[in-house]
Each structure stands twice: as C-alpha cells, then as structure tokens.
Design a protein around this ligand. Structure first.
Ligand code: BGC
Length: 783
C-alpha cells in the first residue's frame, strides 16, 4: 500500500495531534514504559478499535490503525490474539441478533429498518472468555460507539459497564504489575465500578492514527496533554430531573445548569471535573500580572514544568458572576490557553484576556444583555475545580451591554415583518430575467430527476460520496454547482469512484457503513449499490482517500486552538484536492446530556470552548481559497430521538446565553461560509422555519452574510408525529436560503406558496430573491 505524499503528511500531523486529545485520568507513574514488551491486550476496542462515530460524521478512510496493530507496529508482543479471535465471534453473534430484532421491530411499526437502526447502539454483550492469569503488562481497551439517529442509554453495555467488563478490568488491575484501562469512547461512560484502577486513559476516538498514536503515547515518544471538555461522573450524579429524549416536547427546564454549571452550582463533586487531565509531568503556575480596564482583564500566568517529563499545561480562567436579579451558575469559563511543549524545568508565560461584556447575561424582561452590579470573582486554574481566586472586577452600576429583540417565542408569525439587511441589488438584473421556477431552483439543492441518489449524506453528483450540491442548471450562465461534503471528523467521500459516459458513480461507500446491514436489496439496487448494477458500469476508477481527524469532542479535549486550526487546514487541503467547496462541519451543539447520540461530533458542554474550537477549525479550512465550512446544527439540536420532529422547549435566556453563544463566537470570529439549521423544532416551530433565528439573530444581530441551509431532507419523512415536517416554503419564508439535498417536491412546494397568498407559508418573490442572492453569493465566493 503505497501512500500518496499528502497522506503521509497528514498521517504525520494526526499521529501527534491525537496524543494532544487524550486525557490521562489516572496514573500511578507506571507509564510511559521504557520499551516495547509483552502485553496482554483485552477489551472490545483492542482489535475493533473505533476511530470515530457512525452516520454522516463517519469518514471513509483507506485504512486506520487499530490498537492491536499500533502496538504490533511499535514492537509489542501481544499474548492474547486467541482472546481477540474469540471475542470477535461473540460480537458477531450478538450483532446478528441485534440487527434481526431491529428489522422485526421496524416491520411491526411499518417503517424502514434503516431509520430505526441508524446510530442504534448495540449494547456490549456479556461473555465468558478465559483471560491470562498474570503477567507484567495488561491493557484493556473499552470501546463504545454511537451516531446520528439514536441516543445512548444509561444501561450496561452503553453508558454503563457490563458485568464482563467490570470483572475483567478488576482482575487485570489486580493480577498484572502494570495495567492501563483505555477508554476508546466518544462520550461519557460511568466508571464508578472501576474507578480505583491504577491507570485510566481517555483515548477518545482520535482518528485514523489511533493505534500508532496510542503506542507512541505509552512509550513516551509522545505524551497525553488533553483535558476534559465535559464533566465525567457516575450516571446517578447527573441531573436526574433533566427531561431528555422525549419524542415530542423536551423541556430544558434546567436552564443554564448544564455540565459543570450544574455540578458546581449544586455542589456535587464529580469524578472528573470539566477541564481536568493529568500528564506525565507536573506543573507549577503563578499569576504574575493582572491588568484591569473597566470590564476587561488581562492576566499573565507563568507556568513551569516541575516534573521530569515533557508536557503541556492548560490554564483556564473562570468567572463567578454576582447573583442579582438573574440566576447565575456558580462559574463559567471565560478564557483558556495551552502552553508550548515544556521540557523539565522550562517555563512559559501565558496571556489570558477576556471582556466580561462578552459574557453578559440576557434579561428576558428588558430583552437586553446586562452585567449586573457587584463583584465578579476571577478564578484561575488547571481544571474547573482546581482554581485559585486571583482577581475581582467590581461593578458599581448595572451595565446594559446590548439592547436586543425578543426571540424564540412560540409563534413565528410575529417575525414575518423582520427585514433582512442583505442587499440583493447586485443580482437584480439577472433575477428580472428569471422565471419564478428558475428562482426556486436556485434555492433548492441540485438533484437528478431520474434515479436520484438522494439519501442522507450522499446526494452529490460531481464528487462521489459528497452529501449534496446546489443546482447545476445555470452552469452555462457561469453559475456552477457548489459541492458539499460531510464532516466533522474529516472529509466524508467515497473512497473510490468510477467515471463512464453517464457521469461519476461511487464504488462502495454509497450508504454509510453503519446503515448497510439495515437496508434491504431493493433499496441497495435503487441506489446503484447492488452487485448486478455495479457490473454494468465499467468506467475508469479513481481514489479519494480522506483523512479521519479526531472527533469533535477529542479535538476540544486538546484545548489547543492552533491544533484545531491545523486540522482545519488539513481538511481544506483535501477539499481542494477532491473538488469539495463546502464542508458540512464543524458541529457545535452543546452536550446537554451524556445521552445524546451525536455528542462525539460536538465539542463540549460549554459554549465558549465550543465556539473557540469551531472558529479555529473554520479559519483553517477557509484559509484555502474556495473552501468554506458550515457550522451546524443551528440550534438546540441536543438529542437524536425523533430528530426530525422533536421540539426543544427552551427559555430565551438559556437559548441566548448557552445554546446560541458558541455559534455567535464562531460566526463573529471566523465568518463561516454557511450555517445549517437543525431538524428539531424550537418552542413549537422548526428552526429552519424561524425567521427570528435565521434573519433577526444571524443576519441582523450578528451581521452574518453567508449561506443558511437546511439539514438534509427536512421535509422528507412524512410520518405521524405531534409536529409536522418542515416544508420548503416555510424555510424560504424564514430566510433559510437553501433546502438540501433538494428534490422536485420542494420546488412544487415553493411554487404553490408563491402563488397562494393565503397559504400558511405564503412567500413573495422578494423572499425567494433574498434567498437566491445568498446562494449565488456563496457559489461565486467558493467555486
Ligand atoms: C445530518 C447532518 C449532515 C447531513 C448530510 C444529516 O442527517 O444531520 O449533520 O450534514 O445529514 O449528510
């Protein structure tokens, strides 16, 4: 397998980057090891290592290195291949049964099995397999996977450990001199039954070099320097009253009290706090200077490596707001910085600045952002619970930072009059020559009338395996289509494609790997995936090997915006190479509950680090001409249960200060090419149909000029639900410029709304022109 030069370069970068994302939760000083040796390797992730989650966030790589392979590459002798062979048999049997049950259930419910199977987590099976009695070194790799379409469950084999896992982990910990529990997971698992083991590493799912990076890390060629971007604790410690996973209405009654905001305010000491992570060394830090100018603060912090290994430290700043009229969580993150690599004895000087005004709270009664008078306590530390009270900002009077308008109410009719500040003059002449239908085509993704390959995440025509395109009907007029491909853990394309007289076609990878087993032959044939259809197409074939970067959560765990920027740069390079204009990432929804099936794609439970990471990766991608990103899913898309029709019920303060804040940071700092609205409803209306979000907030408050697109097939699945599906005309009326991936039904829906002024989502030609102008502007800027 001869790698291309770009692959070699990207592997080199990712191999190192992955270690920055790993969090050493516990250590007894055994690691790093002096040299490779015999190792008893166990656990679900030993051979079946997971590089990232499933669904549209999965990246089709040429190859990725498992833990077994990585250890072998590094010269370890694995003594437990038999165990891994037998485990595979147990796993396959359990999987067969699981798929069968889902198919039967789908049959009963009269729905396609892939909709039920999508992202469904198969609980890790229980089994009896003999393990080695004792030895010098044992490693247990525990893995969990999840993905779009389903949420996780607080049961054994998913969020909790199985009896088998607990038994084997505890045995190995006791009978081997050196033992490490390695967590190859995308989200939290409840470690309570095994939390006393000697060494625990959150390996996470750091992309295609996972096995090699792990070997580098335990051999001390690299070192872990990640910190948690979410609070890890026993399942029982999380907010038991949180309403989650309700198919119809999910009420966010906890308000701002999510993640560490909840734990700290309720004074619950978690197992591992937000921002926590050990390294192979220890650091001493001191605030050397504090400068305050009104609401702005600048802190200088000196960090010294006082241990005897290389390492990097992350300094974090939190603020406790005074509690006046507005209820405040105990503290919130306002700044962070990671040191450069420090050798033993070496020091670094960090500068951490913040302006309280950026963290002002929304007051619903006055629709304004305010800082209440009182003392603001500034905490500095190396995790959210390991901080020192280092400064104070005292405000004598309330400060009104911004006067805003009310959003997020349960009726959007009131927003029909909100004007877009966008100019459409630049295209007026052209628009005057277009028919209504032609205009409508501009606002709907490009689709083939016959044999459409439209399936979530795979409707591209110019680039095989891309998720979709804008229309190509104006190519001759100089407006080609814009190609969009998924993320966020890299670029999601087909590994191979063929070209014949009918155009391009994917060779494999047409359907996300995790879905194939749920899709029957009829649908496979429809998508050109069946063996017979494939035989008929004999064009020349080409490769598109993309790199899998760390999942969103892992990237956030690096607390290193430069690293996120480099990963963005890597993705941008591959976009240029394969002709992709828009990346459907980063995803920055808040990890509200540990159960959300897509948490691994998201960065954190905290909006500040989420926004910073999203901004950094955006700048990396967009440093490449013709490459843009899409921040998604805008907004309050915090669960997968009934994802097309679930309604998030959120008060305005929480909406603005928690769920919109990360988007605001990313948009204002990095100007992403596109924003993707979410599937869910917010307070009774689909986000794609909310003009208050898509026009008032995005365009008028934040000054955003990019493209707003819908998530895939928002109007597609017309099943019986409390809330109806979104519709194309409603999207256009609300300033959601583009409906993806597109189809004839959407064109018809828009045409009807245009010609029937009394329909619920009646639209004017001007509405359509505003959306079309936004699409054209993006195409011109990125193609
Ligand atoms: C997902 C998006 C994704 C899109 C295209 C949807 O199902 O929610 O995140 O970008 O499909 O694949």
């Amino acid at each position: 397998m001869e790698l291309y030069d770009y692959e070699k370069k990207h592997i080199e970068l990712l191999r190192k980057a992955a270690c920055e994302c790993m969090v050493l939760l516990k250590s007894d000083g055994t690691f790093p090891l002096e040299k490779a040796c015999e190792v008893a390797l166990y656990g679900s992730g030993a051979r079946k290592t997971i590089k990232g989650g499933t669904g549209s966030g999965d990246v089709n790589v040429r190859h990725y290195v498992t833990i077994e392979e990585g250890l072998k590459n590094a010269g370890f002798q694995i003594t437990t291949s038999d165990w891994m062979d037998e485990y595979e048999v147990k796993y396959k049997d359990a999987r067969k049964l699981f798929v069968k049950e889902i198919k039967q259930d789908a049959d009963k419910k009269g729905m396609p099995a892939f909709l039920l199977g999508m992202g469904a987590v198969m609980p890790e099976p229980e089994y009896e397999l003999p393990i080695q009695k004792d030895g010098d070194l044992a490693i247990y790799v525990l893995s969990r996977i999840s993905g779009e379409g389903s949420d996780r469950k607080p049961i054994a084999g998913d969020l909790k450990l199985t009896r088998t896992e607990v038994r084997d982990i505890l045995y190995l910990n006791e009978h081997f001199q050196k033992f490490m529990l390695v967590l190859n997971v995308g989200g939290i698992v409840d470690l309570s039954p095994v939390n006393h083991v000697k060494n625990i590493l959150l390996l996470s799912q750091p992309g295609m070099t996972v096995g090699d990076s792990f070997a580098d890390m335990i051999l001390g060629k690299q070192y872990p320097s990640g910190k948690l971007s979410a609070t890890w604790s026993a399942w029982e410690d999380y907010d038991s009253e949180m309403d989650f996973g309700n198919p119809d209405d999910t009420v966010y009654s906890e308000g701002m009290m999510v993640g560490y905001r909840y734990f700290d305010t309720k004074k619950i000491v978690p197992m591992y706090s937000f921002g926590f992570g050990n390294g192979y060394t220890t650091f001493r830090w001191n605030v050397t200077n504090v400068k305050q100018q009104h609401t702005k603060m600048n802190l200088s912090v000196n960090v010294e490596n006082v241990g005897d290994f290389r390492g990097k430290e992350v300094v974090q700043v939190y603020v406790s707001m005074p509690s006046g009229k507005i209820i405040q969580p105990y503290q919130m993150l306002v700044a962070f910085q990671k040191t450069k690599e420090l050798m033993p004895g070496e020091q670094d000087e960090l500068n951490l600045c913040f302006d309280l005004q950026q963290f002002a709270s929304y007051e619903s009664g006055t629709s304004s952002r305010i800082l209440e008078k009182g003392d603001y306590v500034v905490w500095v530390g190396t995790s959210s619970r390991d901080t020192r009270d280092c400064a104070r900002i005292s405000l004598k009077e309330n400060i009104v930072v911004e006067q805003l308008q009310t959003i997020g109410q349960d009726s959007v009719d009131t927003y029909g009059t909100v004007k877009r500040s966008d100019q459409i003059k630049e295209y007026e002449d052209w628009f005057n020559r277009l028919s209504d239908e032609e205009l409508a085509y501009l606002c709907v993704g490009g689709f083939q009338e016959k044999g459409s390959q439209s399936i979530v995440g795979n409707a591209g025509m110019k680039v095989a395996g891309a998720a979709g395109e804008t229309t190509s009907i104006f190519t001759k007029e100089g407006l080609p289509s814009l190609v969009m491909a998924d993320g966020p853990a890299g670029l999601r394309l087909s590994r191979q494609y063929g070209v014949d007289e009918d155009g391009i076609y994917a060779v494999g990878d047409e359907i996300p790997a995790a879905l194939v087993e749920f899709v029957d032959e009829k649908i496979l044939a429809m998508l050109g995936n069946s063996k017979e259809v494939k035989k008929e197409r004999n064009g020349a074939t080409y490769n598109q090997y993309c790199s899998a970067i760390p999942i969103g959560t892992a990237l956030a765990q690096s607390w290193n915006v430069t690293l996120a920027n480099e990963c963005g740069n890597l993705v941008g390079e591959e976009m240029e190479r394969f002709g992709v204009n828009i990346w459907l990432a980063p995803a920055l929804n808040i990890q509200r509950s540990p159960l959300c099936g897509r948490n691994f794609e998201y960065y954190s439970e905290d909006p500040f680090i989420s926004g910073k990471m999203a901004a950094a990766i955006t700048k990396g991608v967009q440093s490449h001409p013709g490459c843009g990103v899409t921040v998604k899913h805008f907004c309050c898309n915090n669960q997968e249960t009934n994802r097309f029709h679930s309604n998030s019920v959120v008060d305005e303060r929480t909406l603005r200060d928690l769920y919109l804040r990360g988007f605001e940071i990313a948009i204002k700092e990095a100007n992403p090419a596109a924003v993707m609205t979410s599937y869910n409803l917010l307070n009774g209306e689909h986000t794609s149909r909310r003009r208050d979000l898509n026009v008032m907030v995005l365009r008028n408050e934040w000054g955003y000029r990019g493209l707003v697109m819908s998530d895939w097939l928002v109007s597609g699945f017309a099943m019986e639900h409390k809330y109806p599906s979104a519709c194309a005309a409603g999207c256009i009326k609300a300033g959601n410029d583009l409906i993806m991936p597109g189809g004839e039904a959407e064109i018809q829906n828009i045409m009807e709304a245009l010609h029937h002024p009394d329909s619920k989502y009646s639209i004017s030609r001007r509405d359509l022109e505003e959306c079309a102008a936004s699409v054209i502007r993006t195409v011109k800027a990125f193609v």
